[in-house]
Each structure stands twice: as C-alpha cells, then as structure tokens.
Design a protein around this ligand. Structure first.
Ligand SMILES: NC(=O)c1ccc[n+]([C@@H]2O[C@H](COP(=O)([O-])OP(=O)(O)OC[C@H]3O[C@@H](n4cnc5c(N)ncnc54)[C@H](OP(=O)(O)O)[C@@H]3O)[C@@H](O)[C@H]2O)c1
Length: 280
C-alpha cells in the first residue's frame, strides 16, 4: 500500500474502498469483508449511504487491528450545525461500532457547515477524530473555510475521473495543503471505462482500464476509493501497485478531460433534492 501524509501529520492509505449505493446490508457487509480480505484498509462511507452498520459489522468480523484501518464517514446536511453535528457523529460511531474515526468529512457544502466545522474541530482536539475534512467544496468555499478557521481541512473529497479532472480545484488544494480524494474515480462505472485511449494503455500493461485510471489517481497523488460489489473487481481494483504509467501516458490521460461531471452541485434542483434527504 502507498500512503500519503495529511496536513496534520497522519498517514492515510492512497487507495480505499467506497460503499455508496450499496444499500443492501448483507451485500455491503460481504463487499467490505471481501475488500478487507483483498488488502484494502481505507473504507469510505457516510451517514447518507445508510450502511454504516453493515460496514461496522464487516470491520468487526474481519478481526483486523483497529489501528491498521482508516475509517471515513461523513456528516449529512440535516446535521450540519454546531449542536446536531455532535449527535450525528456519536450516531455514526455507534453504527460503525467504533470509538474513534480516522476521518470525518462534511459531506456537502450546504447547511450551517461553519457551525458543524466548529464542533468537528472540538471532537478533533479531544482526539475522537484523527483528521477532519470536507467533500464537494469548490475552491471558493474551501479557501473561505480555511481563512475563517483555526483547523484546516485535511482532505477535500471531490468528483474526479479522466472525464472530469477539476485541474484548477486540485491546484488550489495542493497550494492550500488540502489532500484531494477522488469520488467516482471510475466515472461511476460509465463510458470512461470504454475509452479507446485508456484501452490502448491498459493493453500495454496487461491491466484493465479501471486499473489504469486508479493508477493515474495514485501517480497524481489523489486518494482514490473505487466501489464494487463483485469480488473479481474488488480484487483487481486493488492490484495496481506493480506497474507505473510513464510521464507521457500521464500527460495523455490528462488530455482526456471533457468537463463531463456526474453531479452539478450548482444545480438548484440538486441542492433542493440533497437538502431534502433525511438520514434518520
Ligand atoms: N462525497 C461524495 O459526494 C461522493 C459521491 C459519490 C461517491 N463517493 C464515494 O466514492 C466511492 C466511489 O464512487 P462510486 O461508487 O460513485 O463510483 P466508482 O467507484 O467510480 O464506480 C463504481 C461503479 O463501477 C463499477 N466497477 C467497479 N470496478 C469496476 C471494474 N474493475 N470494471 C468495471 N466496472 C467496475 C461498479 O460496478 P459493480 O459494483 O457492479 O462491480 C460500479 O457500478 C463511493 O462508493 C463513495 O464511497 C462520494
């Protein structure tokens, strides 16, 4: 496994396992167990994925030492304020059957996230969370949060795949010492997995397109958390440490950007829809 060091000095695996839209509890538990058996140690869930209990059950069953795991969950919009964030954190911890979190993220830049950040800062200082961060924060909101708070987000988890590379946002994160983390690195299983240029590169290394994309993430120092519910894919997505993309191939992939995103967080209807989702 390769690791990166976050801005507060803690080490985070660069490859992890995501469980968005794995709502079936049995399937989620089995997938996470499969991932842990394959070698993943970073898990990414959220209160809004409705599967923290299943993730917790898999962690327990795996018998892997707690300190070898890196567990991320996220605070949902309805709980984004100073008072509610504490209760939401305790709820998530209870569901995960853990007594501390490695990383707690504000899931969306909506609601009273400044209040939530103050509470998360307190929990961080009490040692109940090893690192705190954000998700889906555009550069403007990210920099404003940094300028107005004592603790800087360790991570910003954003949509990132070859068709949506967010180069300006990544540049700002690097300048501000905030670690980028890719969500939907495989474009949510979409057309990018059929790209002919990626296919050509993947053939050269006898790898899949998914493996090439994940390798491209690592080499760009972007943490990546692919999801799958299939053992073969879970294992192959982890098998990316035995080849290195050349500088030229990295540059070729960087030209595939189409500004083609899955979620438009500036779309008023999506903002309304996300605000309407209740996690309890
Ligand atoms: N912060 C946020 O707002 C946010 C938003 C979205 C996602 N996330 C996080 O990021 C994680 C990953 O994103 P994602 O789940 O949206 O999408 P993703 O990891 O980009 O892609 C997952 C899709 O690709 C398929 N797949 C996986 N490996 C494959 C392979 N080797 N070959 C072909 N297809 C493959 C999966 O199908 P099968 O499962 O059928 O194998 C699934 O349909 C999430 O699980 C979640 O933890 C965060």
């Amino acid at each position: 496994m390769e690791y990166t060091t976050l801005n507060n000095g803690i080490k985070m695996p660069k490859l992890g396992f995501g469980v968005y839209q794995v709502a079936d509890q049995k399937e989620c538990e089995q997938s996470v167990l499969c991932a842990l058996n394959a070698g993943y140690r970073l898990l990414d869930t959220s209160a809004a994925y409705f599967n923290e209990e299943a993730v917790g059950n898999a962690i327990k069953k795996s018998n892997i030492a707690r300190e070898d795991l890196f567990i991320t969950t996220k605070l949902w919009i309805q709980d984004a304020n100073y008072e509610k964030a504490k209760k939401a954190f305790e709820n998530s911890l209870k569901k995960l059957q853990l007594d501390y979190l490695d990383l707690y993220l504000i899931h969306q830049p909506f609601g009273d996230y400044y209040g939530a950040w103050r509470m998360m800062t307190e929990l961080y200082k009490e040692g109940r969370i090893r690192a705190i961060g954000v998700s889906n924060f555009g550069s403007d909101r990210l920099v404003d949060l940094i300028l107005n708070n004592e603790v800087i987000p360790a991570v910003n988890q954003i949509e990132y795949h070859p068709y949506f590379q967010q180069k300006d946002a990544i540049k700002v994160m690097k300048e501000e010492n905030v670690q980028p983390e890719a969500w939907s690195p495989l474009g949510h299983g979409g057309q990018v997995l059929k790209n002919p240029i990626l296919a050509e590169i993947s053939e050269k290394y006898h790898k899949s397109i998914a493996q090439v994309i994940l390798r491209w993430n690592l080499q760009n120092n972007v943490i990546t958390i692919p999801k799958s519910v299939h053992q073969e894919r879970i294992e192959s997505n982890f098998d990316i440490f035995d080849f290195v993309l050349s500088k030229n191939e990295m540059e070729i992939i960087s030209t595939l950007d189409r500004n083609e995103y899955i979620a438009d967080l500036h779309d008023v209807n999506l903002v309304k829809q996300l605000n309407g989702l209740k996690v309890r």
